[in-house]
Design a binder for this molecule. Sequence first.
Ligand code: HEC
Ligand code: HEC
Length: 349
Amino acid sequence: MKRFIAILAFPLLAQAALADDLLKSAQDQFKPLPSKGVELKDNPNSKARFELGQMLYFEPRLSKSGLISCHSCHNLSTGGADLQTTSTGHGWQKGPRNAPTTLNSAYHIAQFWDGRAPDLEAQAKGPVQAGVEMASTPAQVEAVLNSMPDYQKHFKKAFPNDKQPVSFDNMAKAIALFEASLVTPDSKFDLYLKGKKALNKTETAGLKLFIDKGCASCHNGVNIGGGSYQKFGVVKAPIDQIRPVADTGRQKVTSKAEDAYVFRVPTLRNIELTGPYFHSGAVSDLGEAVKIMGEVQLGVELSKKEIKELVAFLETLTGKQPQVTVPALPPSTKETPKPDLSVAAPAAH
Ligand code: HEC
Ligand code: HEC
């Protein structure tokens, strides 16, 4: 009788041991997302600064047209991204890259696909000035903000020690502080990492593949990515449509030959919400993106079943979306520059 029980119990015990091993291995390589936002260096949190940042994130008058805010391309109803292949900005102009999500972006080693901005503060100054995005200038932004007494009050409260609280730099600081709060904790995978039975059989198989096949060698840490620079096309170059020849990524930042087609590894948190995929936005199906990763990064041909399992795992990375109240913005005054839809002619060269 005893022997009989032992024979029956053995496969169950072995299974439990395997499940423990997988959890341990996952805990070694990934970290659950803390439920509080990220604290930024040299940018202390205060209610006033946070609220100002939230207003500015939604403020279309930071753009020349008065139509485009950060939220236009980093829409918090659609995973902090914009659903477009590449972003559309001022005058319907198309930029060269897909908009990454602002969710959890404070955890990245650096900002942009090529990591050219060291942090969120530096990043926020880019799109406001980019001709194809918001097409404004620091002076114009300061004129807009100074034209509204409500904003002057908000900046004073948010930056009480500054002689000139309304400034382009402080705009960026306030926006960065708001962005650092945009975290998505408590995904099924986070609950799993904390020891809960949160993954079903298919999702667990997907996690095992994600580790065993080597995806986790690049997509790891608290953001399941965002922590290193890697070549897009380690084993094989993706086709030109997916990895456009002209966009050499990090090489444009460092000018080093070995950085050709190197990009910051993107986070896979909330990935089911943030398609289309890759810096080119050329792939709209998540399964297709996974298949391509297998081929070009790892040199493996993933089966249909494996792709299904990997996608099921990736879908467990969707966390609780931030509950953000749409802020009421101050009324324009006589001094507020009027919306200007004109598009500057491309510089002659
Ligand atoms: C016209 C669309 C558009 C607008 C408007 C826009 N962005 Fe972006 N954003 C993008 C694109 C495209 C990228 C990627 C560009 C690149 O990597 O070269 C990006 C990158 C970012 C990143 C980096 C994320 C990462 O994973 O590296 C952050 C953060 C960000 N934007 C915040 C903002 C803020 C803050 C504003 C408002 C001041 C803003 N964006 C306005 C399209 C836009
Ligand atoms: C050698 C490093 C490396 C490995 C291994 C790797 N990736 Fe990636 N992954 C990247 C880089 C870099 C990108 C960004 C490519 C680009 O668009 O420039 C990326 C992009 C992605 C994207 C698209 C993300 C987005 O926001 O558009 C998905 C999905 C993805 N990887 C999943 C996987 C899966 C699943 C595996 C395993 C089968 C895997 N990756 C293996 C480095 C890696």
